[in-house]
Design a protein around this ligand. Structure first.
Ligand SMILES: Cc1cc2nc3c(=O)[nH]c(=O)nc-3n(C[C@H](O)[C@H](O)[C@H](O)COP(=O)(O)OP(=O)(O)OC[C@H]3O[C@@H](n4cnc5c(N)ncnc54)[C@H](O)[C@@H]3O)c2cc1C
Length: 455
């Protein structure tokens, strides 16, 4: 954990005590005298799902970059989840990854696969952040609006439901999640609508937990089964702490997966990867199925919002709620906290402008990868950018080669896990393996910027 000298920056208030809010609070504690995290939920003492984070009942995979970044922000994260019953495997060898209907070649990658449920990840992070001397986490407290200075250039506090007095703030970070009220609060101050981009996907997710009955999946820790044009069903199975499994299946474009076991098994039978069906068939179902809709991915462009108060930041899903099937949300929340730490190293002057620029730099790659892949489906509604045929052919060849070529498979999974940028797929040693009829490598690589690499 890196600690910088604490300046006298007064009080930072964080709206939302989930992952994005907690990780932001951790970083703010280095440079603000006091950090107050406000959450409307009653926060549980144990690692269990809660109302304010409804997606917490769905399967959550933590990408390797996310695990590494959380560990660097919250020293002891990995040992804490292991102490709580989770295991850590190899992200490429212990998970069976599919891509466009074929399994990616398995091999040791050295990338961590932290097999902890969403609630446990948050619980461990919350325990560590709550132990920081100048951080206070206040639950059952709903923020309802902002108070600003006379000229509107600075936020001076947040208003609370049922309280007469606002909480004073020298900085406010909204980490209120996908349903963030920032657009409303800022409109109440007379600001224009927050510019945003959406991709309509009509997704829904059904998850169910299971208890192990002996050994499953040949000892592996999970598998994914992504959708691709011609295969509109997708899903994920992951080992979680204490010998449990979670199976999640997605319906796209308003199709909803069944919630009963027989229906889930039949649906799993339509997937490319047989791992999900194996767990539903062989393990013991526990708890109730959980259903959730996710109509669209949305990215809000606060950097472009004229008149925004200079000390008001928005992070995590409140800033960008990525299509969840790529499992990037927790990782980009952690990367934004890391970006906030870097921005704060240069002081608090023009903090909003510098933070939103840094957060956008974090989000550009994941957003481009997710949306360009989603927009391969004709039913997806969003801004379609012109596709470079040479680049598309090159990426198609890269994707196909992940099934047979260990170097390409490794490079692809490192990009998928946000460890390397997409341009790593254009590295000369990868390009050399992709030479095949119909693929004009040099034309594809001239641009060096490769999007649409995920599934
Ligand atoms: C179906 C689904 C599956 C997903 N799967 C994955 C995955 O596999 N991997 C992955 O990395 N990510 C996944 N995600 C995304 C992931 O859940 C989020 O990115 C992550 O939880 C970070 O969210 P957050 O902290 O920004 O917001 P949230 O976790 O949504 O938390 C928002 C918090 O703000 C509080 N709050 C809201 N409004 C107020 C208010 N006015 N006052 C006080 N408190 C307030 C809420 O109570 C809550 O605690 C998935 C998302 C969905 C929907």
């Amino acid at each position: 954990m890196s600690h910088v000298t604490r300046e006298r920056n007064g009080q930072a208030v964080v709206v939302g005590g989930s992952l994005a809010g907690l990780l932001a609070a951790r970083v703010l504690s280095d440079v603000y005298e006091q950090v107050v995290v406000l959450d409307r939920d009653v926060l549980p003492e144990r690692p269990v799902p809660r109302r304010g984070v409804p997606q917490g009942r769905q399967a959550h995979g933590l990408l390797a970059r996310g695990a590494m970044t959380i560990e660097s922000l919250i020293g002891g994260f990995e040992s804490d989840v292991v102490a709580a019953g989770a295991s850590i495997g190899d992200a490429a060898n212990d998970i069976r990854w599919y891509l466009d209907g074929r399994p990616i070649l398995a091999q040791e990658s050295g990338l961590p696969a932290v097999m902890a449920g969403r609630a446990l990840v948050e619980h461990v992070v919350r325990q560590r952040v709550a132990a920081i001397a100048n951080v206070r986490i206040v639950d059952a407290t709903e923020v309802t609006g902002l108070r600003v200075s006379g000229d509107g250039s600075l936020v001076t506090g947040v208003r609370l439901a049922g309280a007469d007095r606002p909480v004073d703030a020298d900085l406010v970070v909204d980490a209120g999640g996908r349903g963030s009220r920032s657009p409303r609060w800022l409109a109440d101050l007379g600001l224009p609508e927050v510019p945003r981009e959406t991709v309509e996907l009509g997704l829904s997710s059904v998850s169910r937990h299971f208890r192990s009955r002996g050994r499953h999946l040949d000892g592996r820790l999970g598998g994914n089964s992504p959708a691709h044009p011609g295969q509109p069903h997708s899903g994920l199975v992951l080992a979680e702490e204490n010998d449990t499994w979670v199976v999640s299946m997605n319906g796209w474009f308003s199709e909803t997966p069944p919630t009963d076991l027989a229906g889930m098994l039949a649906y799993a039978g339509t997937l490319d990867n047989p791992d999900l069906a194996e767990i539903i068939r062989d393990a013991e179902p526990i708890g109730e199925p959980a259903f959730m809709r996710f109509p669209h991915a949305v990215r809000r462009r606060y950097a472009d919002l004229a008149g925004r108060p200079g000390n008001y930041l928005v992070a995590g899903d409140a800033l960008c709620s990525l299509s969840y099937v790529y499992g990037q949300g927790m990782t980009v929340a952690a990367l934004q906290a890391q970006a906030l730490a870097e921005v704060l190293r240069a002081g608090t002057d023009k903090l909003g402008d510098r933070f939103f620029a840094a957060a956008d730099a974090v989000l550009d790659g994941p957003w481009a990868a997710a949306t360009s892949n989603d927009l391969r489906f004709p039913q997806a509604v969003g801004v379609r950018r012109p596709v470079d045929p040479a680049q598309a052919a090159y990426l198609g060849a890269v994707r196909a080669a992940t099934a047979t070529d260990p170097d390409v498979a490794r490079a692809f999974l490192r990009v998928f896990h946000l460890v390397d940028p997409a341009s790593a797929l254009a590295a000369p040693e990868i390009a050399a393996r992709i030479r095949r009829p119909g693929v004009n490598v040099s034309s594809a690589l001239r641009r060096r910027r490769l999007d649409g690499i995920k599934s």
